[in-house]
Design a protein. Structure first.
Length: 186
């Protein structure tokens, strides 16, 4: 096997894009021939000169190479088009992903802010309720103390009235008993 391009490993036995060349001077001759063929061909009736020492099979092989090079060029052009399309698609997807990221980042930020506000409101409401419960307990205790004081005053007043009534009844009984005894004695 001949030489392979220097950047192609020998283990793959050549490449689609690099032809195997037995003699490096053949490449120089083909380049010189291509350059010479372009300058010589100004008159279509003029016959092109072939490589010295080449046969018709060599000319056929060079036309096959030209077709192969054209196919490779078309394939490279197609691959470049596909690559540019893929890059545009990737760019569009990247932009879309960045937009989605920004949207969800903003939504998350808003939700965090809303959550913090709701948490603060909940804490304030809990503190308010706890303060109200403490106030209610204090008020209930105050009401209970006032009611107890009022009931004690009323109970004392009633007790004094009952005692006064009992004393009066005793006085009336004693007066009646003394009148009955004085009327019997008299």
């Amino acid at each position: 096997m001949g030489q392979v391009a220097p950047d192609i490993p020998r283990s793959i036995h050549g490449s689609t894009f690099y032809t195997v060349v037995d003699d490096p001077s053949d490449i120089d001759r083909s380049r010189a021939y291509s350059a010479g063929a372009q300058t010589v061909g100004s008159d279509p009736t003029q016959k092109r000169q072939g490589y010295p020492g080449r046969t018709a099979s060599a000319d056929a092989s060079s036309s096959n190479l030209a077709v192969l090079y054209a196919e490779i060029r078309d394939e490279i052009r197609d691959l470049r088009d596909k690559q540019s399309t893929a890059l545009e698609t990737i760019g569009a997807l990247k932009t879309q992903m960045q937009n989605e990221y920004s949207y969800y980042h903003n939504v998350l930020h808003e939700e965090r802010f809303r959550y913090q506000r709701l948490e603060e409101q909940l804490n304030d409401t809990i503190e308010l309720h706890q303060a109200e419960i403490v106030n209610l307990k204090t008020d209930m205790q105050g009401i209970a103390n006032r009611m107890e004081y009022q009931y004690m005053n009323r109970f004392r007043d009633l007790q004094e009235i009952v005692e006064a009534s009992q004393n009066r009844m005793l006085q009336l009984e004693q007066k009646m008993a003394s009148e009955v005894l004085g009327g019997v004695a008299g």
